[in-house]
Design a protein around this ligand. Structure first.
Ligand code: ATP
Length: 307
């Protein structure tokens, strides 16, 4: 492929009655990259993906892919895509390799089943019944099914939702491995850690619109030079908080975390320790960190990703 991009989306729109699920969004997905759509529940991520996968028809807009400009995704384009099916729904009494054989029969050409099993780290489970797999293994099998036609473009809609941290990391490894093979991945997630760990490009969606777009670093750099200091501030009175605000911006979240923003870390820490001694406040769970994508979302919307 000579184009620098895999997919270009222009003014894509889908409304359900009054709900503007996707409201005229445009973006470009670079080749051989992980492109992530990050947003809270109901932002329009799944609807966007379903239009790009050819499952749902857009109201308007244009999708440029594999050199063609389309109003909707065609059957021949779908042959070159891989789509992770939500909740797999695989027959529990089939074996792992039988599921992949079944999927391979849907395509004109497909990868050998053993190769796919290796890519999703399930080789030793080849003869296991689906019903005996763990949640993470089932999800890896679902990703394997999406890879059977050796697609250039792979859609992963919230691939790690509900998985434990280890299972989530296993999936991150698979995604990184796909990218290393030159594949392009379009991912949705509401986990900002996942977006930060995997993405080359992130677009943040809210209420059907893209509210920010760029590399994870460029998005957090846009917040400025501030370092964030956080601690649990349940026992901090309003008066004490007022006093703390004299040294820098300090806010209290619904979860009772106090967040301070500073460009002068050493001085602010000194002021904080003096303040805590004066008010006899224990700085529980004190952390010092750089802004992340959650902070970008918070700065743009005043809300958290997972409220
Ligand atoms: P989640 O993270 O919860 O999956 P999402 O970002 O994927 O959310 P969508 O599922 O795309 O969001 O939904 C976007 C909006 O469109 C929501 O307000 C949702 O209620 C609405 N919506 C989605 N599908 C339909 C439908 N078939 N009919 C009516 N409204 C819908």
């Amino acid at each position: 492929m000579t184009d620098a991009f895999m997919m270009k989306v222009s003014r894509l729109t889908k409304h359900y009655g009054e709900t503007r699920a996707v409201d005229g969004i445009s973006f470009t997905v670079p080749n051989a990259s992980v492109f992530t759509i990050l947003g809270p529940n109901g932002a329009g991520k799944t609807t966007t993906l379903e239009m790009l996968e050819g499952i749902r028809e857009p109201d308007s807009g244009e999708i440029e892919i594999f050199g063609a400009r389309l109003k909707r995704i065609t059957r021949s384009v779908k042959q070159r895509m891989g789509v992770l099916l939500q909740n797999g729904g695989f027959e529990p009494y089939l074996k792992v390799h039988e599921i992949l054989q079944l999927f391979s029969s849907f395509f004109q050409s497909s990868l050998p089943v053993d190769e796919v099993l290796e890519r999703v780290a399930l080789s030793e489970k080849s003869k296991a019944l689906v019903r005996t797999l763990s949640g993470g293994q089932k999800q890896r099998l679902a990703i394997g099914a999406a890879l059977i036609n050796d697609p250039d473009l792979i859609f992963l809609d919230e691939p790690t939702t509900g998985l434990d941290p280890q299972a989530r990391r296993n999936i991150w490894d698979i995604v990184s491995g796909l990218k290393a093979r030159g594949k392009t991945i379009i991912l949705t997630t509401h986990y900002m850690e996942e977006a930060e760990a995997l993405s080359d490009e992130v677009c943040i969606m809210d209420y059907g619109k893209i509210i920010a777009q760029g590399t994870p670093k460029s998005l957090t750099d846009d917040l400025g030079e501030e370092t964030l200091i956080e601690f649990h501030g349940e026992d901090v009175s309003s008066q004490a908080l007022d006093q703390l605000q004299r040294c820098c911006k300090a806010t209290r979240s619904d979860q009772m975390m106090i967040t301070m923003e500073t460009e002068h870390l050493a001085e602010t820490m000194e002021s904080l320790f003096a303040w805590s001694r004066e008010h006899d406040i224990k700085l529980h769970d004190l952390t010092v960190r750089q802004p992340n994508l959650e902070d970008v979302f918070l700065a743009l919307t005043g809300r958290r990703l997972r409220e």
